[in-house]
Design a protein around this ligand. Structure first.
Ligand code: XLS
Ligand code: NI
Ligand code: NI
Length: 446
C-alpha cells in the first residue's frame, strides 16, 4: 500500500523525503537497500510479512538522557512550555516520520501521547484529545495502530508496582489508566493491547507477598480483558516478558514463565506474548528461544525488534542489525506461518551520541533492511527444508511401533523397561550441530 507523506504546519524533518527502496547498489544512506515493501516473498509482500511499527516512546519522547546525564538530542516538537502543545506537535512529528519512513504501524503508551493531568479525569481528557488528533492523522495517512499500552512504571506512585502494588489505591490508579488506554486503543483501531510489567515484581523478597501479588495480577488482567471485550476490542492482549530492570525480579520472567501463568489463570484464550529480543537475552535465552517457546504453545503474538549489547547485558534497546539473530528469528516466524495481527515493532533507540534527527531514520532503515534480508534468507531455508528434514529425521523412532504408542499414551514405565531390556544398546546418533550451523552460514552468505 502506498501512503502519502504527511507534513503538518511545521516540517520537523526538513530535507528528508520519503524513504524509497533503491536496492543494494545505492549509496544513499536514506534509502532501503533490501526492504522493498511490494516485493513478494513466500506468497506475500514484504510489507505484509514484516508489519513494521515505529514506537512513540524511544523515537519521539526520549532525548538521550541516561542515569548519568541529561538528554543530548534536540526535539523540535518538544520546545513549548505547554505540555499539551508539545503533545500535539509530537503527533504531527510522529506522523511525518511514519509516512516518510513508510511504516504501516506505530505503537504508544498513554503517557507518550498525552501528558498526565493533576487528576484522573484530567489525564483522561488529555489522552482523549490527543487520540482524536491521532485518529484524524491515521485517517489522512493510512498509518495504523499495531498496539496501545499504559505506562504503569514511570510515575512515582508505581514504585512498588502497578497491578501488583501492595496498596489497593495504587492498583485502582493502574486500573484507571488501563481502562483509558484500552478505550484509546479501541478508538484508534489498535490490533493488539500490550502489558509490559516493568514494576510488576519486587526488589526485596522478604517484604513482598509474591503469591498474593501474582493473584492480583491475574485478577487485574482478567478485568482488563473483560472491559476490553465489553467496549468492542477484538484484538489480542499481549504480555511482554522481561526478567529484570527496572526491578530486581519481574514476574513475567520469560516466555515459558508467562505461558504457564496465563494457562494457570485461564487467560490463554485472549492473551499471547510480545517477545522482545533484548528481554529474552536478559533472561539468559536467545530471542529465537523465546519465540520458539511461544510458537510451540500457539501463543506468539508480536515482536519488539531490537538487540542488546552482548558485552554489557542490560536492556540497551539497540536497533536489530545482527543478521544472525534476525535470520534465526525469521526462520521461526516463517515456519510458524507468520505473526498474524502482530508485527515487528522497533522498540529500539538511537545511541545518546547519535544526535542528528536523521539518525532516527538511519536506525529504522537499518532495522528494516536487516529484517527484509532475514526474510529472504529464512524463506530459502524454510522452503528448501534441509534443516527441517534433518530435525524430523531425529525423531523417526517415535513414528514406529513402540515410540508411537509412547506418544499416544499407551505405554507405562514398566513397558519402557521391557523395551530397553529386550533391545540392543541404542546406536549413537550425531546431533550434527556443526553441520546445522554451517548450513545457516551457507544460506546467509552464498
Ligand atoms: C521496556 C519495554 C517497553 C514495552 C512497552 O523494557 O520494552 O518499552 O515494550 O511498555
Ligand atoms: Ni526493552
Ligand atoms: Ni518492549
Amino acid at each position: 500500500m502506498s501512503r502519502s507523506v504527511y507534513v503538518g504546519d511545521q516540517e520537523y524533518f526538513p530535507g528528508i523525503e520519503r524513504i524509497e527502496f533503491e536496492g543494494p547498489g545505492s549509496d544513499n544512506p536514506l534509502s532501503f537497500k533490501a526492504y522493498d515493501p511490494n516485493r513478494i516473498v513466500a506468497g506475500k509482500t514484504m510489507e505484509e510479512h514484516l508489519r513494521f511499527a515505529t514506537c512513540y516512546w524511544h523515537t519521539f519522547c526520549a532525548d538521550g538522557a541516561d542515569p548519568f546525564g541529561p538528554g543530548t538530542r534536540r526535539r523540535p516538537w518538544s520546545e513549548s512550555s505547554d505540555p499539551m502543545q508539545n503533545a500535539r506537535s509530537k503527533v504531527d512529528a510522529a506522523f511525518e516520520f511514519f509516512t516518510k519512513l513508510n511504516v504501516p504501524f506505530y505503537c504508544f503508551h498513554d503517557r507518550d501521547m498525552a501528558p498526565e493531568g493533576s487528576t484522573v479525569a484530567e489525564s483522561e481528557a488529555n489522552l482523549s484529545a490527543l487520540v482524536s488528533m491521532a485518529k484524524e492523522r491515521q485517517r489522512a495517512t493510512g498509518v495504523e495502530l499495531l498496539w496501545g499500552t499504559a505506562n504503569l512504571f514511570s510515575h512515582p506512585r508505581y514504585m512498588n508496582g502497578g497491578a501488583t502494588n501492595p496498596d489497593f489505591a495504587v492498583v485502582a490508579h493502574a486500573g484507571a489508566q488501563v481502562k483509558a488506554a484500552l478505550e484509546a486503543t479501541v478508538e484508534l483501531g489498535g490490533q493488539n493491547y500490550v502489558f509490559w510489567g516493568g514494576r510488576e515484581g519486587y526488589s526485596c523478597l522478604f517484604n513482598t507477598d509474591t503469591k498474593r501479588e501474582l493473584e492480583h495480577f491475574a485478577r487485574f488482567l482478567a478485568m482488563a480483558r473483560d472491559y476490553g471485550r465489553s467496549i468492542g476490542f477484538k484484538g489480542t492482549f499481549l504480555i511482554e516478558p522481561k526478567p529484570m530492570e527496572p526491578m530486581y525480579h519481574q514476574y513475567d520472567v520469560d516466555a515459558q514463565t508467562v505461558i504457564g501463568f496465563l494457562r494457570q489463570h485461564g487467560l490463554d484464550q485472549d492473551f499471547k506474548l510480545n517477545i522482545e529480543a533484548n528481554h529474552a537475552t536478559l533472561a539468559g535465552h536467545s530471542s529465537a528461544h523465546d519465540l520458539q517457546m511461544c510458537v510451540d504453545a500457539g501463543m506468539l503474538g508480536s515482536i519488539d525488534a531490537n538487540r542488546g549489547n552482548p558485552q554489557n547485558g542490560w536492556d540497551t534497546d539497540q536497533f536489530p542489525m545482527d543478521m544472525y539473530d534476525c535470520v534465526q528469528n525469521m526462520i521461526i516466524v516463517l515456519a510458524a506461518g507468520g505473526l498474524g495481527s502482530g508485527g515487528f515493532n522497533f522498540d529500539a533507540k538511537v545511541r545518546r551520541e547519535s544526535t542528528d534527527l536523521e539518525d532516527l531514520f538511519l536506525g529504522h532503515i537499518g532495522g528494516m533492511d536487516a529484517y527484509a534480508r532475514a526474510l529472504v534468507i529464512a524463506d530459502r531455508i524454510v522452503s528448501e527444508g534441509k534443516l527441517e528434514e534433518f530435525r524430523a529425521s531425529r525423531y523417526t523412532s517415535f513414528s514406529q511401533t513402540a515410540g508411537r504408542r509412547f506418544e499416544a499414551g499407551e505405554l507405562g514405565l514398566a513397558d519402557l523397561r521391557d523395551f530397553a531390556a529386550g533391545s540392543p544398546e541404542p546406536i549413537q546418533e550425531s546431533g550434527k550441530q556443526e553441520w546445522v550451523e554451517n548450513i545457516l552460514n551457507d544460506y546467509m552468505f552464498s
